[in-house]
Design a protein around this ligand. Structure first.
Ligand code: AMP
Length: 215
């Protein structure tokens, strides 16, 4: 899944994983889990994440390689938030080539910056079950309380406005070149990420099914 922060990569990746029986691998989630468990990897990643910067490629690539070594990925997987730089994309190609595999499709969710800022600064997350809300467009039934499990909702530290602007700048500089990288390889699927969650999922699922019929 390619897209700026707030484009809906996590939401759509979870739905696509479900629809196609794939494993959902989010590098952001792995970093956050390491951070909350206080692991050495989490400590290394924290300063970058807090600033809205990317964690260095060597650290990120090593973590993804490790994750792709697990048995469950054999049935296929969706990478959410990886690759985010050209060196990461090239490293991923090498890792997959070693297994006679490749990136089948890079799904790019396109959303204008102004919409992204509104989405991210309004985002509320449940630290307990992972449910996502939005202060304005998808509020919980009781303010600040998760509908699913009743835990107190939180704002991700990197969703504060200054950090959001930094993350968007990083996306345009470091990650946006990957759109051309995958387009040149005939692997890009561009989707309008501004529609409703269901509309975006519907579009991507049918486009992916159509692609696999042509393969
Ligand atoms: P996300 O939840 O995908 O928005 O990721 C949250 C943060 O984790 C990012 O702002 C980065 O600091 C870090 N991160 C996640 N994925 C990557 C990646 N592929 N490369 C470098 N840093 C990453």
């Amino acid at each position: 899944m390619l897209g700026a922060p707030g484009a809906g990569k996590g939401t759509q990746a979870a739905r696509l994983a479900e629809a196609f029986g794939l494993v959902h691998i989010s590098t952001g989630d792995i970093f956050r889990a390491n951070l909350s468990q206080g692991t050495p990897l989490g400590r290394k990643a924290q300063e970058y994440m807090d600033r809205g910067d990317l964690v260095p490629d060597d650290v990120t690539v090593a973590m993804v390689k490790d994750r792709l070594g697990a048995a469950d990925v054999a049935r296929g997987f969706i990478l959410d938030g990886f690759p985010r730089t050209l060196p990461q994309a090239e490293a991923l190609d090498r890792v997959l080539a070693e297994r006679d595999s490749r990136v089948d499709c890079a799904v790019y969710l396109k959303v204008p910056d102004a919409v992204l800022v509104d989405r991210l600064t309004g985002r509320r997350v449940c630290p307990s079950c992972g449910a996502n809300y939005h202060a304005r467009s998808h509020p919980p039934k009781r303010e600040g309380v998760c509908d699913v499990c009743g835990a107190a909702l939180t704002v991700r530290p990197d969703d504060r406005e200054a950090t959001v602007k930094k993350r968007l700048a990083v996306f345009h500089q470091s990650t946006a070149p990957l759109i051309d990288y995958y387009r040149d390889r005939g692997a890009l699927l561009k989707a309008d990420g501004e529609g409703s969650v269901d509309a975006v999922t519907g579009f991507v699922v049918s486009a992916l099914k159509q692609r696999s019929r042509h393969d």
